[in-house]
Design a protein around this ligand. Structure first.
Ligand SMILES: Cc1cc2nc3c(=O)[nH]c(=O)nc-3n(C[C@H](O)[C@H](O)[C@H](O)COP(=O)(O)OP(=O)(O)OC[C@H]3O[C@@H](n4cnc5c(N)ncnc54)[C@H](O)[C@@H]3O)c2cc1C
Length: 467
């Protein structure tokens, strides 16, 4: 039996959202019984949930995320497509990708295989939930966890106390050998740690001040061939948007502002912003859009990374997972994918019989989080006016170089494809171009510069010759 784990009889998961469901799936292979406690009512269909307010807003599933979820839930992708989820298979014309003020030339060509799926967030969660509900040794119950129980002598968490008030039920202690805290960004684990005599994890934060406003709409089929439309904010444009077509044929239009900028609040104004940020063929189509339902709003003040990996002491028997550890700038669309990666770390640690599963997963999570967090931080401080206390000197020059790179990728399809793949977290989590790609970007920018210089000279000569 692994050293820091007790036994593998009973595991408890707090929260049945993306992280909790992935954790339950993984734990079910190693524990005799898995109990998932969720404070929210769980719908029997793909529907919005009260305690996951972000599910009304655009959720992009990264191509890498689709692969990770399929590893955990074999057959998921096939079933999603059968249910009408759009699939983009090597179709560059299905993607309009604007990043930091540059519209990338992905429409021209894709040389390598590229497959992406576009489920709505409630649909993805429901697909995963029904798979977890079907696992024989997993039980999902509607109960809120008041707090984990800690044994100071054994320096380990021994179970959870269920809240008698929410929803009403008996106060109850549930004994467990292992607990996964998948309660999301609002988890109280840092507070519990101090109550148990441990240090709080340090928090890396990026104050980004994002405000979301979302509306759903319908348009006649065939008016827009793109299925993924992104126009990110830039240094000079603090508003951006995303638009996706979901499994039931409805479209979601999410507009957002960075650095506390306020996005539009009515559908008409959201469409007006889209007209401003997107090529004109979108405006023609959106003129025929019919709004569905009411607008939804969400504020996301800061990205946050709790450094559990840096703590010298940590109680045995409890592991934070998902947004409870790190919540990324949502406009980059990485949270669910990074959560699935964390679940993969847990699976590998359990399978390998790691001596200290918690430390092993915390370490692995830090390793996969670092490149993505760092690139986001460089992008957010360079292009989105984000503020942070810890800003290494090399972020600004890296941002400036990246701006050059994206400029070249506007008209160089190999660069655009490289960016699309890394943006989708494929190939590597590091957004660091290899020398071959850097050389291509420099050569392209040089050619463009020489051409512009020739054109300027030609224009000057023509002006001199004209009477
Ligand atoms: C506006 C917005 C847009 C986003 N867009 C994207 C995107 O495009 N792509 C992407 O990949 N990611 C996106 N994300 C991130 C994504 O939503 C999260 O990364 C993902 O939901 C994983 O979260 P989680 O399961 O850790 O936590 P959550 O989804 O927050 O779920 C936590 C769960 O725990 C339950 N819970 C909490 N406390 C208790 C308790 N005491 N007892 C019982 N249950 C409890 C809650 O009810 C909830 O169900 C976005 C986030 C936001 C805010």
């Amino acid at each position: 039996m692994p050293g820091k784990e007790n036994s593998r009889r009973h595991a408890v998961v707090i929260g049945a959202s993306i992280a909790g469901l992935c954790a339950a799936r993984v734990l079910s292979d190693s524990y005799s019984q898995v109990s998932v406690y969720e404070r929210d009512e769980l719908p029997g269909t793909a529907a919005n949930r009260a305690t996951v307010p972000q599910d009304r807003h655009l959720h992009m599933l990264m191509a890498r995320g689709a692969m990770e979820f399929e590893e955990l839930f074999p057959g998921l992708l096939k079933d999603m497509v059968a249910a009408g989820v759009p699939i983009l298979e090597n179709r560059p014309d299905c993607i309009h990708l604007g990043a930091a003020g540059h519209v990338l030339g992905t429409g021209q060509t894709l040389r390598d295989e590229f497959t992406a799926y576009v489920p709505s967030r409630p649909h993805l969660e429901w697909q995963i939930r029904k798979r977890v509900q079907a696992i024989g040794n997993v039980a999902i119950q509607r109960r809120s966890v008041a707090e984990p129980a800690f044994d100071p002598l054994r320096r380990r968490v021994t179970g959870v106390l269920l809240d008698p008030a929410d929803p009403p039920g008996d106060p109850e202690f549930v004994s467990a050998d292992f607990i996964v805290d998948a309660a999301g960004r609002g988890t109280r684990l840092p507070v519990w740690l101090t109550q148990w005599g441990y240090p709080r994890p340090t928090e890396q934060t990026l104050d980004i001040g994002i405000n979301y406003a979302t509306h759903y709409f319908r348009i006649p089929d065939g008016l827009i061939q793109e299925r993924v439309v992104v126009a990110g904010a830039s240094h000079d444009q603090s508003l951006g948007l995303g638009m996706l077509c979901y499994e039931d044929g409805t479209w979601v239009l999410t507009t957002f502002g960075v650095a506390d900028a306020k996005p539009p609040t009515t559908f008409g104004d959201m469409v007006a912003l889209a007209d401003q940020l997107l090529p004109s063929h979108f405006a023609d189509a959106l003129a025929q859009a019919e709004p569905v339902g009411e607008p939804a709003f969400h504020a996301f003040p800061a990205s946050k990374w709790r450094r559990y990996d840096k703590l010298d002491s940590f109680p045995a028997g409890i592991l934070p997972l998902g947004d409870a550890v790190v919540s990324f700038n949502p406009t980059f669309g990485q949270g669910m994918t990074m959560t699935a990666l964390q679940a993969g770390h847990l699976r590998r640690a359990l399978r390998s019989g790691a001596d200290d599963v918690v430390a092993e997963v915390n370490r692995a999570t830090a390793k996969t989080t670092f490149p993505v967090w760092t690139m986001n931080a460089i992008g957010d401080t360079s292009f989105h006016h984000a503020r942070t206390e810890q800003m290494p000197w090399w972020w600004r020059p890296s941002g400036a170089l990246f701006d050059q790179f994206l400029g070249a990728a506007e008209s160089e399809s190999v660069l655009a494809e490289w960016f699309l793949r890394r943006f989708s977290l494929l190939d590597s989590l590091y957004m660091v171009p290899p020398p071959r790609i850097i050389g291509r970007a420099i050569a392209h920018n040089m050619r463009m510069w020489l051409r512009q210089r020739r054109e300027r000279r030609g224009a000057a000569v023509t002006a001199l010759r004209s009477p």
